[in-house]
Design a protein. Structure first.
Length: 312
């Protein structure tokens, strides 16, 4: 097992340990302390303490890579509002769109989605290039991990794509969760009201009534806005089921909006697993079809050769 694999193993053994700012182990960590502790345990030398120094360490070691080259164990640096120095956060890629990190005060070492960092990422660093995993190729001089890096990058991209699709589907399915019927109804009302407002406003300039349709457009727009507001509000749950819109609106207007209901359970991981199974089954079917075509071609060629032999 190489240093990078040992690094990932060390990190997974720290899952659940508490985040403490400035801590670098053995039982509490901040983001860069976690990286330094696990990397040192895995055999890396002279790993800096802070995320900004670790970023400079990566750059000085010519180990910067792009997202498509990510493989398990690589570092991902990001900058968030409130961070004192750039990059203020570091996490470790696990593959399939997942990272392991010490996230923030009150959190614990945990696994999260890389997509949550979209728009904040400063750069990526290869831990294989910083350790002893790069082995010279005696024939061509290229590293023995080049092919593995390419394959790992492709698998990582495929995993990110599947995870992104799963998140979109999970969001869409949330509108059909139990108790969400009124949300759907108000959403439809917002769409209809918006379309009516556009049509009425257009008619005021081109229709025979001139500008008299403008008040109607305003009315449609107001209704659409109210419906959109109600569709996007969290719908609370009562002991006997979802609350009726009349009660909900009355409580909001009276200054005592009801508390939000329990958070919906997200099924992103389950959807992602289903998509992965579907993708594997599709690839297996394509492979089987290709093999069948090859066999058919070989059989046809042998039959043709047999006919030629008989004719001779």
């Amino acid at each position: 097992m190489g240093q990078t694999a040992n690094f990932v193993t060390e990190l997974k053994g720290l899952l659940g340990d508490k985040y403490v700012f400035g801590a670098a182990g053995p039982n509490t960590f901040d983001c860069s302390g976690l990286v330094q502790y696990a990397a040192t345990k895995a055999g890396y030398k002279d790993v800096p303490r802070t995320s900004e120094d670790q970023w400079q360490w990566i750059k000085s070691g010519d180990a910067q890579i792009n997202k498509s080259q990510l493989r398990p164990g690589d570092l991902i640096f990001s900058q968030w509002p409130g961070d004192n120095a750039s990059p203020g956060h570091v996490q470790v890629y696990l593959g399939a769109g997942k990272v392991i990190q010490a996230p923030h005060p009150g959190g614990v070492v945990s696994i999260a989605s890389l997509s949550a960092d979209t728009g904040h990422i400063v750069g990526y660093g290869s831990m294989a290039k910083m350790g002893g995993d790069m082995v010279a190729n005696p024939v061509g001089g290229a590293s023995a991990t080049t092919t593995g890096t390419d394959v790992g990058g492709l698998l990582g991209e495929a995993g990110d794509l599947l995870h992104g699709i799963a998140e979109v589907l999970d969001f869409a399915f949330g509108f059909f969760a139990p108790g969400q019927g009124w949300r759907i109804a108000f959403g439809a009302g917002a769409i209809v009201g918006g379309a009516g407002a556009v049509k009425a406003y257009t008619a005021q300039n081109t229709g025979p009534m001139g500008g008299s349709s403008f008040p109607l457009a305003v009315g449609f727009a107001g209704a659409a806005t109210l419906c959109a507001f109600m569709a996007l509000r969290p719908w609370p749950e009562k002991a006997k089921g979802p609350e009726r819109p009349g009660e909900y609106i009355s409580e909001i207007l009276s200054g005592q909006p009801p508390p939000a209901g329990p958070a919906r359970v997200h099924e992103t991981d389950t959807i992602e697993a289903g998509l992965a199974v579907f993708a594997v089954a599709w690839l297996a079917q394509k492979a089987a079809s290709g093999v069948n075509s090859i066999i058919t071609g070989i059989t046809g060629a042998l039959a043709t050769l047999g006919l030629i032999a008989e004719a001779a």
